[in-house]
Design a binder for this molecule. Structure first.
Ligand code: ADP
Length: 580
């Protein structure tokens, strides 16, 4: 160092000032954590360290190409020109890439250098140093146009090299910070996407969600879920995103020779950075008709065995980092579990509906026979026996109600119900339902009152299904309210909603159970005398499903001893049909 000082004949005072400037520059660049800001700050402070008119920091990308430039002292246009110029000449870059710094008295006279781009400010003196981290050159720091002297000297070179070492640490810190923040964001996205899988109880929408999520995780345009069919010896695409639809039905790939087949054989994730190098890949085309350039294939498993793959496709050739494949594998494991759950759920539902369906046939025969028996009993038939007959009939009817409700709910939940939407006037619909149910209320001496005027409210619903909603709520109000009670129906337009209110002065429901009553089979014990407690515990789950399927919402407000109000809110249909 002393040799350097003597050579440039710098005074100790001057050196202290320059060291102070360099130390300040260190502090400035380490204040930032955002990588872009750090890089820009290095370019700016380097200009002060070397006392130059311009400075530029070029960073190499993963392929060792200079692609990013940060400048100070130049206009954006000049920056662009210089960047292009340096890129095309490349001589300096190559030279500095070897690890040496480079100091030139007059750049324009140097034989290794080509001409400046047009309109570029004239640069004579030049100083460039490599920016290295852990023995690897990650960029180049250039200073141009020494201020106050004809050229950069040894002290400038020494200080700039010192600064470049500190700059490399700041860059590595910012990269680490960047990587950390990215990892945090990835973890959060992954957690959200994994969470979203739990919402699905059916395989089909789940396949779609898995494909969407994979595209999101890897920022890719296309992905698909393939399931293995050993009998036909192929994988069939279940659902995909960003893929061209096959004109001949299902898209499938054979086990033999396909990427999915290799994953099945090897049991591990497969990465193909360039599909062009494969003999045959058996891949679906992307939406634009071209074949994917890079692919990553991860296995999905059912009860521990590979039963399919997720394939993620890129338009351009790209590498998948270990972090990215790690994320995809974690996601695939969770997706496999979610699929297992959906299969189980589907089997359970299929089993339930089959059983319910099969049980109804003999049950109908029992009901009919019991009906015939009880209506044809001889007058002297023993009362005890006729009581038993009645019990059998009542319970056969209960069982039948349960089967009907169970089948209905299963169909509703499996998407097996097709709504016939039509425009309906709610007031008229309520009047129709209350007329039908009137005798039930009369039987219990209850008041059934409609609290709305004749103003028309239109909604677009399946009339039969919407009437079913009203009937379920009114029958409950009638059933759980004591003799002599009161049930009121309200109707109002609230913004773009139609709100139907069914209010009773029955026993009420404690807050802790107000959500539970919408669960399958949930029934509250009835303590009040005179309340008929027959039921299946499926009425409200069916009602909620029906309301939601038709775009509405249902909620309950209640307090024990003060009655219960159910609110059904449906989207208002503003277009009143023209009456002929
Ligand atoms: P079910 O009426 O067949 O039992 P639901 O699903 O229709 O089945 O209702 C679930 C439970 O919610 C009922 O068992 C009852 O305890 C409670 N419930 C429903 N409506 C009312 C109401 N209007 N007042 C008090 N409790 C009610």
């Amino acid at each position: 160092m002393s040799k350097l000082l003597f050579a440039s004949e710098i005074s100790v005072d001057d050196l202290i000032v320059r060291l102070q400037t360099t130390a300040d520059a260190f502090v400035t660049i380490t204040k930032e954590l955002d990588l872009n800001k750090v890089l820009q700050s290095i370019a700016c402070t380097a200009q002060q360290v070397g006392n130059s008119s311009y400075s530029m920091l070029s960073i190499f990308d993963e392929q060792g190409q200079i692609n990013t430039f940060y400048t100070s002292g130049t206009s954006p246009q000049q920056q662009e020109m210089t960047a292009l110029f340096l890129k095309s000449c490349h001589l300096l870059g190559l030279f500095i890439k070897e690890g040496h710094s480079l100091r030139i008295h007059d750049l324009s006279l140097d034989p290794r250098f080509c001409a400046f781009p047009p309109k570029h400010p004239l640069i004579t003196s030049f100083l460039g140093v490599p920016v290295s981290s852990q023995g690897k050159i990650i960029g180049i720091l250039y200073l141009m146009g020494k201020i106050g002297a004809a050229e950069f000297d040894e002290t400038d070179e020494w200080l700039l090299n010192l600064f470049a070492r500190q700059a490399a640490i700041a860059i590595e810190n910012a990269k680490l910070y960047d990587k950390n923040s990215q990892a945090q964001r990835n973890a959060q996205t992954l957690a959200e996407l994994i969470g979203s899988l739990n919402e699905f109880t059916e395989p089909n929408p789940l396949f779609q969600q898995i494909s969407n999520a994979v595209c999101q995780i890897l920022d890719l345009p296309a992905a698909g879920v393939f399931l293995l069919d050993r009998r036909s010896g192929r994988f069939t695409l279940q659902k995909g995103v960003g893929l061209r639809q096959s004109p001949v039905g299902d898209t499938f790939v054979p086990i033999e020779g396909s990427l999915a087949g290799k994953v099945l054989a090897g049991g591990e994730t497969l990465i193909v950075p360039d599909t062009g190098l494969l003999d045959r890949a058996f891949m679906p085309s992307l939406a634009n008709g071209i074949l994917p350039k890079s692919v990553v294939v991860v296995p999905i498993r059912k009860y521990g065995k590979i039963n399919g793959v997720i394939e993620a496709y890129s338009k351009e050739a790209r590498h998948f980092t270990p972090d990215e494949t790690g994320l995809l594998e974690t996601f695939a494991t969770k997706a496999s579990l979610a699929l297992e759950k959906a299969y189980l759920y589907q089997h359970k539902e299929d089993f339930l509906s089959m059983t319910a369906h099969d049980l109804r046939t003999p049950l109908t025969a029992i009901k009919m026979s019991m009906g015939l028996l009880t209506t044809n009993l001889p007058p002297d038939f023993p009362p005890l026996l006729s009581q038993l007959f009645e019990n059998v009939s009542r319970n056969a009817q209960r069982l039948d109600d349960l089967m009907v409700d169970l089948l209905d709910l299963t169909r509703l939940e499996n998407g097996g119900v097709h709504l016939k939407l039509e425009q309906c006037e709610v007031g008229k619909m309520i009047r129709g339902v209350t007329t039908t149910l009137g005798p039930l209320f009369e039987e219990k001496s209850q008041i059934l009152k409609s609290n709305f005027n004749g103003e028309e409210c239109w909604i677009e619903v399946d009339r039969r299904r919407m009437e079913q909603v009203l009937v379920n709520l009114l029958v409950n109000a009638n059933k759980y309210t004591l003799v002599g009670g009161k049930v009121e129906i309200g109707l109002a337009e609230i913004g773009d909603l139609v709100r139907i209110e069914i209010k009773d002065n029955g026993p009420g429901i404690p807050l802790s159970e107000q959500e539970l009553i919408f669960d399958r089979y949930y029934r509250r014990p009835v303590h009040e005398e005179g309340v008929n407690n027959s039921g299946t515990g499926l009425g409200l789950p069916i009602t909620r499903k029906l309301v939601e399927l038709q775009g509405g919402k249902i909620r309950v407000e209640s307090a024990p001893g003060q009655g219960t109000t159910f609110y059904v809110e449906m989207p208002l249909h503003d277009k009143v049909p023209v009456k002929n």
